[in-house]
Design a protein around this ligand. Structure first.
Ligand code: NIG
Ligand code: FE
Length: 412
């Protein structure tokens, strides 16, 4: 099946070569004005300007008039917790009424609340709950997604979560990557026996995960009161022996050592980064590790935003992701993430779009097939409503500016 798309107002993020974007390179977003695009078997085959369309061969199975839409590569959401048993809006209301995070945790809230509910859910129920969520974010332009475990916290429940993600991979039209986050928090029964839980992760969970191919990456919540830098390194090294690269929850609430752990481990990404200082910023910028910023989590928790400008100015590779989860970011809307990155973190629209597409793809090791308009990549595309300029997209936050979404050459 060969498709021709005509009358594209702007074809965004067109690249002939693939490169992780660091520092100043993030501000360069290559665009073809007034473009056509050819898709063959769901893959981008060619593109050019409408003024030169007569040079194209004439046979196509389908011609689509984009009618002035701007066309972008789909969002690559490289950090989500899509699989969970129940929302947590009652904790949200408790917090509005003045309860602290510690009060809620003492009542068995937070991650442990999600774990208790997930443990009681069957694999089938979790799968059925996750599917419509995936659909919702796909319709808002997400064309690839990473999903973490971490609400299981027992051998059985962590494996159950990862098997749900594996099943999602088989039915999902968009690529999905799985991260094993058994080290999300210490279960109550291991509160005073950290070594016991680490042994459970390394001896009981990881071997089954490797045997059944249940994860692509390994993640640890490296944070004061959760996992230390040393514990993070130990767990990630055990994962690395089984071929799992690290993607770490780092420096969300404190200078936790998570960034340093990530650099030492040559992690694919360190994610969150609300709490950074000059030393961690320059160390990250000098490394090959991607800094994945999650502005909607900072927003929902009323925290200071990630220092995107300082990171970019220092030369770091930045990705943007939603952190979709029931506790700290109950939205997986990447359009909101991109807006918030511009409005609150002063990223330029070009920087935010690059960070949410190509660098997001890199943060999932999917850059060879997604993240830009490049020959041979998958035609996972966003068609916008008519835009006065590309900056209108992050500027008009809250408007749904997506006209339609294409996945592997098919409109959803
Ligand atoms: O990425 N920071 C740790 N984990 C999740 C949220 C945990 C929860 O409250 O469910 C996050 O924000
Ligand atoms: Fe997270």
């Amino acid at each position: 099946m060969k498709q021709l798309i005509t009358n594209i107002h702007q074809l965004v993020n067109v690249r002939s070569e693939n490169k992780l974007l660091k520092g100043a390179a993030l501000a360069h977003l290559p665009i073809i004005e007034n473009a056509w695009l050819v898709i063959d078997q769901g893959l981008i085959q060619n593109f050019g300007t409408m003024s030169a369309i007569s040079e194209l061969a004439t046979f196509f199975d389908q011609t689509i008039d984009a009618a002035g839409a701007t066309v972008l590569p789909s969002w690559c959401d490289s950090h989500t917790h899509l699989v969970f048993a129940a929302s947590r809006e009652s904790e949200f209301v408790d917090k509005l009424k003045g309860m602290s995070y510690a009060d809620i945790a003492a009542k068995g809230g937070g991650i442990l609340n999600s774990a208790r509910k997930l443990q009681a859910c069957s694999e089938e129920e979790l799968f059925q709950l996750a599917l419509p969520r995936l659909q919702e974010w796909m319709l808002l332009g997400t064309g690839a997604m990473e999903i973490k475990s971490g609400y299981g916290l027992t051998v059985e429940a962590e494996l159950k979560m990862l098997r749900v993600i594996k099943r999602l991979k088989t039915v999902s039209p968009i690529p999905i990557k799985a991260s094993f986050l058994g080290a999300h928090t210490y279960p109550l029964e291991y509160r005073n026996n950290h070594e016991g839980y680490i042994q459970l992760i390394i001896q009981e969970m990881l071997p089954v995960i490797a045997k059944e191919g249940l994860a692509d990456f390994i993640d640890v919540f490296c944070e004061d009161g959760f996992f230390t830098k040393e514990e993070t390194i130990r767990i990630c090294k055990a994962g690395a022996q089984l071929g799992l690269k690290a993607k770490i929850h780092a420096n969300q609430l404190n200078l936790s050592g998570g960034v340093e752990a990530g650099i030492e481990l040559n992690a694919l990404s360190v994610d969150h980064l609300e709490t950074m200082d000059a030393a961690t910023i320059s160390a990250l910028a000098a490394s090959n590790t991607i800094g994945t910023l999650l502005p909607t989590a900072a927003y929902f928790l009323r925290m200071g935003y990630q220092p995107a400008r300082a990171l970019i100015d220092a030369g770091a590779a930045i990705a943007l992701a939603s952190d979709f989860n029931p506790g700290s970011s109950p939205s997986g809307n990447m359009n909101t993430v991109v807006s918030m990155a511009c409005i609150q973190m002063k990223m330029l629209p070009e920087e935010a779009i690059n960070a949410a597409t190509l660098n997001g793809a890199y943060a999932m090791e999917l850059a060879s097939e997604l993240g830009s308009i490049t020959k041979g990549k998958r035609a996972n595309l966003i068609f916008t409503k008519p835009l006065s300029s590309l900056a209108y997209l992050p500027y008009a936050f809250g408007s749904n500016l997506i006209e339609k979404v294409m996945v592997s050459g098919k409109f959803l």
